[in-house]
Design a protein around this ligand. Structure first.
Ligand code: ADP
Ligand code: ASP
Ligand code: MG
Length: 408
């Protein structure tokens, strides 16, 4: 007998029929003697529909009221799943985040879980019930409803698994595991048998939205065995764990992540003096804009060029701030580009292999793709390219690093 937490995403509970199929799957585990806690997302498209409703009323809705609104999506699915289980003779009980209680800080729309009271869940499980919990939501110390950020039901699942010391946290979704890259973009992408927390965290942070970043952080911190599986077909999925796979030769690159969420800004002809970088980025961080990649060139004629990237939503705001900085510093010109994309190779095997970067650059050069920026860490290399070459770049790298699935 095992204690399992299962999380089902929006597509997996997208219709009454799909909810009934989830109930059947849960019942199979119960019949086998397992204790099951189920976390569900809102039906697919529902959270977006609620956001659009709010936008129809005001451009800047209060974050507190947004959380009251958005949490309703998951409240619908917990009740429907409980009814579906009861209908097939499986005792089940649903709870909102606040009822559990999943206590968070008060940062509406991006709250962090601070503690979970697992007593009620434990009592229900011991009484032979399936416990169903609304994903993505919690409650702050003052009793306000909070939400955990888009994709947050993954984090609810992992956090419950950690609190209950579950044997496994299973994330059921519309793909049958974590792939070498998004299979919607590269059809020859391969399912990974396993991947380390560290690699998965990089992949998620660099744009692979198969898991919410926070959920991977949580799983790594509490060493929760995590598996990504398909709701629609049987199979082993992908195990995300602490250990590297020692039985096989470690591939250098585990996967390729990419995102289109960034924009690039450059300040040209900046006087090359101490303190200039801080005078450029100071006003930007004061405006709460997060900076990702930064490149500063070698100075020529006592001036230098300074380039960085920010989230695309912050592009216009940052451009305005930078124009002011340009005037204040006596720099020459501001340039910006919001048609860029970032492509990253991720793999713990890179630690012990030289030449990954040059192989990456060769593969991009062979497709005449210009690299605009580069950044590296121990287990990843990222490049910025023009957005129009994104798919070509990902496919070329996928092939160059031997990641393509063999044709059957
Ligand atoms: P859910 O609604 O179940 O939470 P998501 O849409 O959040 O599902 O996540 C699943 C999607 O993640 C897949 O449909 C796939 O397009 C995308 N994805 C991005 N990168 C990867 C990857 N490396 N492996 C698998 N899926 C990926
Ligand atoms: N329903 C929320 C969203 O769409 C949370 C989730 O699905 O994980 O972001
Ligand atoms: Mg998701």
């Amino acid at each position: 007998m095992a204690l399992i937490v299962q999380k089902y995403g929006g597509t997996s509970v997208g219709s009454p029929e799909k909810i009934a199929a989830v109930a059947e799957r849960v019942k199979r585990f119960v019949d086998q003697g397992d204790q099951v806690v189920v976390v569900v997302s809102a039906m697919s498209g529902e959270t977006n529909r609620l956001i659009a409703l709010a936008q129809g009323i005001t451009e800047s809705p209060s974050p507190r009221e947004m959380d009251v609104l958005l949490s309703t999506g998951e409240q619908v699915t917990i009740a429907l799943l409980a009814m579906s289980l009861q209908k097939i003779g499986c005792d089940a009980r649903s709870y909102t985040g606040s009822q559990v209680a999943i206590v968070t800080d008060s940062a509406h729309m991006k709250a962090r879980i601070s503690r979970i009271d697992e007593q009620k869940m434990r009592a229900d499980l011991d009484a032979g019930k399936v416990v169903i919990v609304a994903g993505f939501q919690g409650v702050d110390e003052q009793g306000n409803i909070t939400t955990l950020g888009r994709g947050g039901s993954d984090t609810t699942g992992v956090a419950l698994a950690a609190a209950l010391q579950a044997d496994e946290c299973q994330i059921y979704t519309d793909v049958d595991g974590v792939y070498t890259t998004d299979p919607r973009v590269v059809p020859s992408a391969k399912r990974l048998e396993r991947i380390t927390f560290e690699e998965m965290l990089e992949m998620a942070s660099l744009g692979s939205k198969v898991l919410q970043i926070r959920s991977v952080e949580f799983a790594g911190k509490y060493n929760v065995p995590l598996r990504v599986l398909s709701s629609f077909q049987e199979g082993p999925g992908t195990l995300i764990s602490l250990e590297e796979d020692s039985s096989m030769e470690q591939p250098i690159v585990a996967g390729i992540a990419f995102n289109r969420d960034e924009a690039k800004l450059t300040l040209l002809g900046v006087p090359d003096l101490p303190g200039v970088a801080s005078r450029i980025l100071g006003p930007i961080s004061a405006a709460n804009v997060e900076v990702d990649m930064i490149v500063q060139n070698v100075a020529q004629d006592q001036t230098t060029d300074f380039t960085f990237t920010v989230h695309r939503n912050e592009y216009k705001k940052t451009l305005n701030i930078l124009q002011q900085v340009c005037d204040d510093l006596g720099a020459r010109e501001v340039r910006g580009d919001d048609g860029i994309a970032k492509v990253s190779l991720v793999g713990v095997g890179m630690r012990s292999h030289a030449g990954v970067a040059s192989k990456m650059f060769d593969a991009l050069a062979a497709e005449s793709i210009n690299i605009q920026m580069i950044s590296t860490s121990e287990i990843k290399i990222s490049v910025v390219v023009s957005e129009k070459y994104l798919e070509l770049a990902v496919r070329a790298l996928h092939t160059a690093f031997g990641l393509d699935a063999k044709a059957e």
